[in-house]
Design a protein around this ligand. Structure first.
Ligand SMILES: [Zn+2]
Length: 111
C-alpha cells in the first residue's frame, strides 16, 4: 500500500509546528506559542491569547489527523464554542473535517 503524504506521520516537532503556522496564516489568527506535551484526556487546547498546547501523541498519528486538530483549535480563536458558525469555518478550511474527526475518535477509543 502506498501512503500519501497526509497519511504519513510527522517527521519531527518542527515539522508539526510549521504546519501550525501555515494554518494560522491561512485562517488569519495569531498563535503566540506552541507547546507539545503529554495530555491525558484531550488532543489539544488553546487559550484566548493564542497559546496552543498539542498532545505529543499526535506525532504518532497521520498528518491529516494532526491537521484536523490544529484547524479545530485555531478556529476556536474565531469562535469559542462548537456552534453552527464554528462548523461553517471548519467546512470552509477543511471540507472533510467530519471524516477526520471520526477517524481520530476511533483512535481515541482504542487507547
Ligand atoms: Zn473544540
Amino acid at each position: 500500500m502506498v501512503l500519501t503524504d497526509k497519511q504519513k506521520t510527522w517527521k519531527n516537532a518542527q515539522h508539526f509546528k510549521t504546519a501550525v503556522y501555515r494554518w494560522s496564516d491561512r485562517i488569519n489568527v495569531e498563535v503566540k506559542e506552541i507547546q507539545l506535551r503529554q495530555m491525558k484526556n484531550k488532543w489539544a487546547s488553546i487559550s484566548t491569547t493564542g497559546r496552543l498546547t498539542l498532545n505529543k501523541e499526535l506525532m504518532d498519528l497521520p498528518q491529516e489527523l494532526g491537521e484536523f486538530v490544529i484547524v479545530h483549535e485555531l478556529i476556536h480563536l474565531l469562535v469559542p464554542n462548537h456552534s453552527k458558525l464554528f462548523k461553517c469555518y471548519m467546512s470552509a478550511y477543511l471540507p472533510d473535517w467530519q471524516d477526520r474527526e471520526k477517524r481520530l475518535k476511533k483512535l481515541s477509543s482504542q487507547k
